[in-house]
Design a protein around this ligand. Sequence first.
Ligand code: MN
Length: 279
Amino acid sequence: MCEGNNISKHVCIIGDAHGQLPKIQTLLRDAQLIDSTDRWVGKSASVWFLGDFCDRGPDGIGVIDLVMRLQHEASAVGGAVHALLGNHDVLILAVHRFSSRRGNEPGGVFIKDWQRNGGIQSDLDRLSTEHIHWLSHLPAMALVQERLLIHADSDFYMQFGQSIDTVNANMQFILHNSDASQWNYLLDLFAGRKVFDRRHADGAALATRLLRTFGGRQIIHGHTPINYMNGMAPEQITEAFVYQGGRCVNADGGMYLGGPGFVYRLGSLDPKLSLLRRQ
Ligand SMILES: [Mn+2]
């Protein structure tokens, strides 16, 4: 439990699942959020999944089914399970929507992109109307206890609006229409990464700008496996990677690369991380 926090404010973050159902089950069990039969026992805790449920691993649909069920079970007892939209979630929706189009037609290219990026045929085969509805309504951003939660370590979100609600609505608008060029535009931008990294010339400034625009004192993201930022072996990564003086937190343990994953619990924010006001 988070020190000094009321149990009702207990928030856990889980990074990119990428079809790793057994690892997700283990993480949730070890955190005492589910029992041995996968039922919610987390009471009033809340969990945020940072997106990218499918691709690269065997059972993306299994992960989505678990998360969808836990949402119902948690909310029935005062808890909450939330999920953000990741680029791979957009990608599998694109493949499904435009699957009848050939490679030379608008949207026909998505299947190649998806296969190249670890698309799993059995996930596509099992993708139901319910899954599509759920995925296409996921928010792209959220503000939780002064943290700005996003999937990708990129500032591309600003291309879709200047408030969290506007960005979420604009992305969902694309996902509910069949304009392949808009889907392509979203996927191209969503592939960006490492924008807030210290090795990026404007990393700190871009992180600051994002927080000024959307609020929050810290960015928490997934999308880029931590080993790609700190050079550690994925198997050794058991905690979030905090960088840019605490302004940014990477919660993607690289489970599809062999990492065990981890649950990142929100504690007290460092008081030196001031709230950044709009200028
Ligand atoms: Mn991603």
